[in-house]
Design a protein. Structure first.
Lengths: 320, 493
């Protein structure tokens, strides 16, 4: 019996760290086809491209951790960025514009949280609707025009490279470190896991489930706001297709990184691994010259694989 | 011979639940399965009825090996389990429920409603359930739902019907009626496996008795079974039973006083709980006993009333945290649903209750040093058996899981501890350990509210019994040589 238990532990260890195995395998695989893949420029490119997805995925992971989902993140990032830069173009100082973008994300997150906890709206549909509303609002706001011509200081962080690496990596790592601290060292972090693991039990244990959920959505919205700013200053524009498709990639990255779709399970290091893996595959396919028509197919496959891993893992955890 | 269980063993993870169990059921026999919570009764019947198909040993039914049959296949050959909790679809009518999945069809796969209702009406009458067949099942009383479940089993031509604690929420009269019903059916040739906690009814009803204890089966060989002999067999000899200590309870020393407490399902309940006292609450489901403790703990919002703790009035709890801050702590009855976060470690589960009470430093930072020392302390006090405090709780046995919940409650320094069915699904040793712990707490001037359906256990531990009905207290009796019959009478009158 002990043997069976330790066998299960190995299996769990493997499933928990599968993302790193996949990451290394995919890097090697890409390198075999194209040696240029090992060059520093591509490495730097991967890290830079992972910044926006990384910040977004950290937010999404909070929603997943409490057993919910946030499909409004792309709408949130697009509209808060669009609104912020519109104000900036009309004279709002750039530091305030950045703060506004993040603040707007927080407001959307709180609204999502309130609707889901107090009105018991289903997160899947509520956030989906919120996302569509905000994307529609961006179109209405800009009449479909791309906004460009930001002050240099606003886009400084997205356009400056030090030693070949983008400054975007700094906010990325700050967000990850803060999330790690939150998840592992605070009572709120522990409450997120408890609520996601078993909300009924959390309630009986004196945890205020609704407040915890609202905070999770708040963080998700805030991360979307930050990601909106980062993307705006990276591509120096706010377009109509701003961040399109990223919501699905955040799900894939988080789930491959070991965050359970059922809630209550996840590690921030795994989330980082998932984000890197998704980005490696995207950048890899580009450098290999795979037609853009194929990348959607591959991304879909990634999400597919992620969900299958997730269900295998939760089955093995719920053996009893 | 209808059913033969041959050398069956089963384990969950590292817990051996059944160990080389043998059992036989003849045609027309009523075979009772006895055993404490966690002895393996449910596991055994789950194996027989095909819910678990992975085990060692053989199940022979009418001479055929049926080890690998699924629930549905087992039902088709005539093994039917009537679960503890009525598996009735509320939105269906009685007739639809009876014929579920087997609805009489006209041609073109259209359900023949008329034939179905008529047939159902006939069946219901014959089996003594006097309710129109086209009524929605949600309108049935709990008792009628249970009968409906059995009728459904009989309708599908079951040869062996497994009744898992069919009497737990039935009144004495309903119980007698049910027994007549079962006996008349067994005369016609149906066999029953009957699981119950109540020795008297088992002795009254059964042809054969098998006792399960810690996964082993013991056959009651004596021709003249007595309650005494059976209870020795159930408990075993290697367990030292909890004995209630002599705690002096003074009428003036009041720990908790509720006056006219009202809320959903509870109407002006007033009672006092003295320091060092254990009161037992009894009543059928929905009687108000459990609802009352939910109000007290803030799980449901109290509408009005006053609560005094050690003489001081406290505001009515609006959420569990309010009650916890006043050191009123609740151990819920449904361990899996409300008691544990299964995928979390033992340590993290133990800390859940004090997360905000004690472990929160400024800025919401977790005091991990304190958490560690706290976990170590209660892990040892309760002798939790696990590889380490980092093991996930859903890998533990029921008894050890319950210990984790008790540890979690103890961390919160309870003054008033509410235990709601604390011994369901746990082994004998753990049960006695938990009861001893509860007893020791009263010596340290804590007060206990205890809810259990096992009245034997209730009478062993409680100083006073309070019976609930329709949201009110109907009886309040000191436990001085009370018998189970008296308790049943109190509850049912």
């Amino acid at each position: 019996m002990k043997k069976a238990a330790s066998k299960r532990n190995y299996k769990n260890f493997f499933l928990n760290n599968i993302v790193w195995v996949l990451l290394i395998l995919s890097i090697i695989f890409m390198g075999l086809f194209n040696a240029a893949f090992f060059k520093k420029t591509i490495l730097s490119n991967i890290l830079t491209q992972s910044a926006v997805l990384g910040v977004l995925t950290v937010g999404q992971a909070h929603a997943l951790l409490i057993g919910e989902i946030d499909l409004s993140i792309v709408g949130t990032m697009a509209f808060s960025a669009g609104l912020g830069v519109t104000f900036m173009m009309k004279g709002l100082p750039w530091p305030l514009a950045i703060l506004f973008i993040i603040f707007f994300g927080i407001v959307v997150g709180i609204v999502n949280g309130l609707l889901i906890t107090k009105l018991k709206a289903t997160a899947l549909i509520e956030t989906l609707a919120m996302g569509i509303i905000l994307q529609g609002a961006l179109m209405a706001l800009t009449s479909g025009q791309t906004i460009i011509g930001f002050p240099e200081k606003f886009t400084w962080i997205g356009t400056t490279y030090v030693g070949g690496f983008s400054l975007l990596l700094i906010p990325l790592f700050i967000v990850f470190i803060l999330a790690w601290f939150l998840w592992n060292k605070t009572t709120l972090g522990r409450s997120l896991f408890a609520v996601g693991g078993n909300a009924d039990c959390a309630k009986v244990c004196g945890i205020e489930v609704d407040k915890v959920k609202i905070k999770a959505f708040l963080i998700s919205g805030m991360c979307a706001g930050i990601a909106g700013y980062l993307l705006a200053c990276y591509i120096c524009a706010v377009t109509m297709t701003f961040g399109n498709g990223q919501d699905m990639y955040t799900l894939a990255a988080a789930v491959i990184g070991g965050v359970s779709l059922k809630g209550g399970i996840g590690r921030i290091s795994g989330v980082l691994g998932g984000v890197l893996l998704i980005t490696v595959i995207q950048v890899g396919l580009q450098t290999l010259g795979v037609s853009a028509y194929w990348t959607t197919l591959f991304s879909g496959l990634m999400i597919f694989i992620a969900v299958i891993f997730d269900s295998i893992k939760s089955r093995s955890l719920n053996m009893r | 011979m209808l059913l033969k269980v041959k050398n069956v063993s089963k384990s969950f993870g590292s817990t051996q639940v059944l160990n080389d169990v043998n059992l036989q059921v003849e045609k027309g026999e009523i075979h009772s399965l006895l055993g404490m919570n966690g002895a393996g009764k449910s596991t055994l019947v789950n194996i027989i009825s095909g819910i678990y198909t992975e085990f060692e040993g053989d199940i022979i039914f009418e001479g055929e090996n049926i080890n690998r049959l699924s629930v549905l296949e087992s039902q088709n050959i005539g093994i039917y389990m009537v679960p503890q909790h009525a598996a009735i679809i509320n939105e269906y009518t009685l007739a639809e429920n009876i014929f579920i999945g087997n609805w009489p069809m006209k041609n073109l796969e259209v359900i023949d409603w008329k034939a179905m209702n008529e047939k159902a009406e006939f069946l219901l009458k014959e089996y003594g359930l006097d309710v129109p067949a086209d009524k929605k099942a949600r309108n049935l009383s709990l008792i009628d739902k249970r009968k409906l479940n059995i009728i459904r089993a009989l309708f599908s031509n079951a040869k062996l019907i497994i009744l898992d604690e069919p009497t737990t929420s039935l009144s004495t009269n309903d119980r007698k009626e049910l027994f007549c019903f079962i006996r008349s059916l067994s005369k016609k040739g149906s066999s029953f496996i009957f699981i119950s906690h109540y020795l008297n009814e088992v002795l009254e009803l059964s042809d054969q008795i098998t006792v399960l204890r810690d996964g082993c089966a013991y056959k009651d060989e004596s021709k003249e079974s007595t309650e005494d002999g059976l209870s020795k067999l159930i408990v075993g000899t290697d367990v030292t039973l909890m004995e209630r200590s002599n705690v002096t309870i003074s009428d003036d020393d009041c720990m908790l006083e509720c006056e006219n407490l009202s809320g959903k399902g509870v109407e002006s309940v007033s009672f006092r709980l003295h320091t060092g006292e254990i009161i037992g609450l009894i009543g059928h489901p929905g009687s108000g006993a459990r609802e009352m403790v939910h109000l007290l703990y803030g799980l449901k919002k109290p509408e009005h009333g006053t609560i005094r703790l050690k003489g001081q009035e406290i505001s009515l709890p609006r959420k569990p945290y309010d009650a916890m801050r006043k050191h009123i702590i609740y151990i819920p009855n449904d361990r899996y649903k409300d008691g544990l976060v299964g995928i979390m470690s033992i340590a993290k589960n133990i800390s859940l209750g004090i997360l905000n009470l004690k472990l929160r430093k400024s800025m919401g930072i977790l005091n991990q040093k304190k958490e560690k020392s706290n976990v170590a302390r209660y892990y040892d006090v309760l002798r939790i058996k696990a590889n380490s405090p980092e093991q996930a709780v859903n890998e533990l046995s029921g008894g050890n899981q319950q210990k984790v919940i008790v540890a979690k409650a103890m961390c919160c320094d309870p003054e008033v501890l509410i235990l709601d069915e604390p011994t369901i699904g746990i082994d004998v040793h753990t049960r006695e350990e938990i009861m001893k712990l509860v007893d020791r707490m009263t010596i340290q001037k804590k007060s206990i509210i205890y809810i259990t359906n096992d009245y034997n256990e209730l009478l062993r531990i409680c100083d006073r019994v309070i019976a609930f009905k329709n949201g009110r207290i109907i009886h309040e009796v000191k436990n001085e040589h009370l018998t189970i019959e008296q308790v049943l009478e109190m509850r049912d009158c």
